[in-house]
Design a protein around this ligand. Sequence first.
Ligand code: FES
Length: 141
Amino acid sequence: MTTRREFIKGMAGASATVCCGLGITSILESCTTSHLQAPIRGTRIEIESSLFLEKSYLVITNVKLPAPIYLHKNGDSYIASLMLCTHKQCELNITGATLSCPCHGAQFSKEGVVIQGPAETDLQHFIVTSNGTKVIIDLKK
Ligand code: FES
């Protein structure tokens, strides 16, 4: 026979499982749709342009980078911005249509332009070229 305490404890666990399950699913979906761990070859990162068929951006990660790169597609061109706040070097989060800083609240557009301070400088950009099948980010400064 189940006591009242066991019943409540079981329900709390079930609720947590459902909530966490939904949360993990959402996180995994967003990870599989926009995050990409890419190798650096020399000073370049090459990405298949087909990855952009249904996406407007990718978040490129590599342990050699100081922060991920936000690679935004705008029509036929690409903009690559280092997701490192220019105020005090905190890593940025993607918040809807902007990149936001969790440290002091600066916001940047998808193109890496300052929208809201305290940051005063746009994000570091990288030169991006595309040959139709590949998108190439040049990490040289
Ligand atoms: S470090 Fe980003 S706003 Fe201060």
